[in-house]
Design a protein around this ligand. Structure first.
Ligand code: CLF
Ligand code: SF4
Length: 489
């Protein structure tokens, strides 16, 4: 097991992780190019290395915040009813606090002072960031004057992107997400009842044809300007699920950097068209099967958490409630010290993490042919197995084989341990969420959930508490399949 040095979680009131002794890792942020970046040119790596959505490793260290300054939208998606945040880039939830650009600036300063992991400011609605461009632009301009090193990111359906591409390029925005659910207008007509374009409302196949053409144009323009384009696609069973293979082919050809397939959310309680008409969501297995089919196509994003348009924090956590406008002072000054110290710590941590990954790969490669298995890890942050089972709200799913340790997805679960007591009903839901998973690795677990998991045929292991995920998984896998301890998976 490696040294038990790890990034401490932030206290709810912010602060930076405790300084700790230097490790064997490299202290330079230019060094430590991680495994998900093996094939990237240096200039691209510079753009993505601290972006929690564009780099899988970065999401273990860096946080994003969204400011909900863009409420207007120019299309209608059948999975959205506008009472909620934009479902293209967020999960439907409670109505957001809509902000003016001035309020957004105050909020960004407050967050940057307290959330030292903050690296990206995104505008993801709650409508469309390009259609509501004046507010998006003004927000970015104001923030750039005060916090010049924060990266800007925006999310759009693409219909209006061509109208603001010059501004986007001028403002040094390196990251744009386009939601593209189809490249065939006949399929589009089942997803979009109407669009608003050139002062006119369009419906049916004509609406989807225009949207498709504008989305393709948007991809071309982004490529021309050297701006990284991530494509989000909502997987809608029996409507565009198999078609997403074609979408993937086309967006890859048009230069998309990353493709993120997100499962449809269609809870009837949200009142969307799909929710009310019984359109089902895809299962974990269906999503995973589609992602596996695309594994050789455009680089895939598998760690998306479908966050809200006002989300704040590491992916998977939302500290938005702590930063509502009523809690933010009228005047405040930006203090860069916390973010700067945190970056130094992360640079060292990443160096060590890289070394650990390499030795984990080596250990696995030395094994004879062994089965590929799926394991769930419970992790707070920092790429470590460092959370108590009862405190987890998601599992990180990894595939382990002699070819290495690969992140596959995350699965949301209900909190097992609320106010010190375990909840049996929730444990049943947690076991259901573990379908297809052979083992759970966590920092600690109580006797009762351990027994129940084992009864359900799921191995539980706490021997690698606080170890790096790859290192812990490879050691566990090697021990499980070593000659002295041979077991059948
Ligand atoms: Fe926000 Fe989106 Fe930028 Fe990330 S989210 S605008 S690219 S900073 Fe990220 Fe959230 Fe998934 Fe979006 S996890 S919903 S992909
Ligand atoms: Fe809703 Fe976003 Fe679609 Fe607009 S683009 S209708 S806000 S999901």
């Amino acid at each position: 097991m490696s040294q038990l040095i790890h990034i401490q979680p932030l206290e709810p009131n912010g602060g930076i992780p405790s300084p700790r002794p230097a490790t064997q890792g490299c202290a330079s942020s230019a060094c430590g190019k991680m495994s998900d970046a093996k094939d990237l040119a240096d200039d691209i790596w510079e753009k993505v290395k601290d972006h929690p959505c564009y780099s899988e490793e970065a999401h273990q260290y860096f946080a994003r915040m969204h400011v909900a300054v863009a409420p207007a939208c120019n299309i209608q998606c059948n999975y959205c009813n506008r009472k909620y945040d934009c479902a293209n880039e967020s999960r439907p939830g409670v109505v957001s606090e809509r902000l003016t650009p001035e309020q957004a600036l105050r909020k960004v300063i407050a967050v940057a002072n307290e959330v030292s992991q903050l690296s990206v400011l995104g505008i993801a609605g709650p409508g469309d960031a390009c259609y509501d461009w004046e507010k998006t632009k003004e927000t970015f301009e104001q923030v750039a004057k005060v916090i010049p090193d924060v990266k800007f990111c925006l999310s759009t359906n693409g219909l209006a992107l061509a109208d603001c591409i010059d501004d986007i390029a001028k403002m040094n925005i390196d990251h744009v997400t386009l939601t593209i659910n189809m490249v065939d207008p006949e399929i589009g007509a089942k997803i979009y009842p109407w669009i608003f374009f050139e002062n006119k409302r369009w419906t049916g196949i004509e609406a989807s044809r225009i949207l498709h053409e504008r989305q393709m144009l948007a991809l071309e323009l982004l490529k021309e300007r050297g701006i990284l384009a991530k494509v989000n696609s909502v997987m809608i069973p029996d409507i565009n699920d198999t078609h997403l293979l074609e979408v993937n082919r086309v967006v890859k050809e048009k230069g998309a950097f990353l493709h993120n397939i997100m499962p449809l959310i269609s809870d009837p309680a949200h009142g969307t068209h799909f929710g009310l008409t019984g359109q089902r969501e895809p299962s974990h297995q269906e999503l995973m099967a589609l992602q596996n089919q695309l594994a050789d196509g455009t680089k895939l994003m598998r760690h998306c958490r479908q966050c809200r348009a006002d989300a704040i924090g590491l992916l998977g956590e939302d500290r938005g409630q702590a930063f509502s406008m009523d809690k933010i002072p009228e005047t405040l000054e930006y203090n860069p010290a916390n973010r700067a110290s945190y970056r130094e710590i992360v640079a060292q941590e990443r160096g060590e993490h890289l070394e650990q990954k390499k030795s984990a790969e080596k250990k696995l490669a030395e094994l004879e042919a062994k089965p590929t298995i799926l394991a769930a890890v419970v992790s707070k942050q920092g790429g470590r197995i460092n959370q108590h089972f009862g405190h987890a709200q998601e599992f990180q799913i990894y595939e382990v084989s002699p070819y290495g340790v690969k992140f596959i997805s995350h699965r949301k679960i209900p909190l097992y341990c609320a106010e010190g007591n375990g909840d049996d009903q929730r444990l049943d839901s947690i076991i259901t969420a573990l379908e297809g998973i052979q083992a759970v690795l966590c920092a600690r677990i109580g006797d009762c959930p351990r027994e129940k998991l084992e009864k359900a045929g799921i191995e539980v292991n706490v021997d690698y508490a606080h170890d790096w995920i790859e290192s812990g998984l490879s050691s566990w896998y090697a021990a499980r399949f070593s000659k002295e301890n041979r077991r059948i998976a």
